[in-house]
Design a protein around this ligand. Structure first.
Ligand SMILES: Nc1ncnc2c1ncn2[C@@H]1O[C@H](COP(=O)(O)OP(=O)(O)O)[C@@H](O)[C@H]1O
Ligand SMILES: [Mg+2]
Length: 256
């Protein structure tokens, strides 16, 4: 994979993000290759979610350029064109609580396609299955689901439009270690079956070890390192040293 020109799914160049005088990102560059699982780590409040939202075109940065699948997400038309090519699992899940799981999964299909009702229903059932839920779960409201099932339901909705790209913001935080490991396994399976590119923010070291092809470290307002995990571990950056070498031996998968 090294050397030769690789297909870029996401290209972030010289990004600046600030809230008033609080600069979150500066001179931030990041490339995500098609077909890889990229894990993004960084201390709390370093701007991981802000970076994801900016890539998704939900936030206007102060400077820099962002291209996803070759389209500029700062451009309204470019972003709209991409909405059916990516699936997103936000940090707080955000399923509509008044709708059943299946109705939640059907929403993007209704919004972005003109498929007949029967097909929308069948596709939603299929996504629910793909996300590892029993069909009955489709008839439940989010409040009736366990934490792990909620994440899967949100994943089913993210997969609704058969996306090329999957964005996950801390998908296993709040899950017990067994549910978290099962979720990681599901992501790995989906990635290879559906040929997805996955951009995953995580605090979960087990996830990084288990499923990420490369790990990007957000520190000092930029992506300090992006490399396979064994290379990242060699970095002498103090945060990386403290994070990986301080906790490496732990077996818990609970988000920090
Ligand atoms: N809408 C906002 N207004 C002001 N500050 C914000 C806003 N969103 C995020 N921030 C600030 O940006 C920084 C990065 O936030 P965030 O991306 O959520 O961090 P994390 O890496 O934990 O996901 C934090 O200091 C946060 O307070
Ligand atoms: Mg966050």
């Amino acid at each position: 994979m090294s050397g030769a020109q690789k297909d870029l799914a996401i290209e972030v160049k010289n990004l600046t993000n600030a809230f008033g005088s609080h600069v979150v990102h500066q001179h931030l560059d990041l490339d995500v290759y098609r077909g890889e699982v990229l894990g993004l780590v960084g201390g709390s409040g370093t701007g991981k979610s802000v970076l994801m939202n900016t890539i998704l075109g939900l936030r206007e940065p102060q400077g820099g350029s962002i291209h996803v699948l070759g389209q500029d997400t700062r451009n309204e038309k470019g972003r709209r064109g991409l909405e059916s090519h990516w699936g997103v699992l936000f940090q707080n899940g955000a399923l509509f609580s008044s709708l059943t799981v299946k109705e939640n999964v059907q929403l993007p299909l209704r919004e972005h396609t003109h498929l007949p009702e029967k097909l929308i229903s069948e596709l939603a059932d299929m996504r629910i299955m793909l996300a590892g839920l029993e069909p009955e779960a489709g008839h439940k409201k989010p409040s009736e689901l366990s934490g792990g099932m909620l994440k899967r339901a949100a994943l089913a909705r993210a997969l609704a439009l058969d996306p090329e790209l999957l964005f996950l913001d801390e998908p296993t935080s709040g899950l017990d270690p067994i549910s978290a490991a099962a979720f990681d396994e599901l992501i790995t399976q989906l990635q290879s079956t559906l040929d997805l590119t996955v951009f995953m923010i995580t605090h979960d070291l087990d996830s990084l070890y288990a499923i990420c092809d490369r790990v990007a470290v957000l520190a000092d307002k930029r992506v300090e390192v992006v490399a396979p995990l064994d290379e990242v571990l060699k970095s002498e950056h103090p945060w990386i040293q403290a994070y990986f070498h301080g906790k490496r031996g732990r077996s818990s998968a609970v988000g920090a």
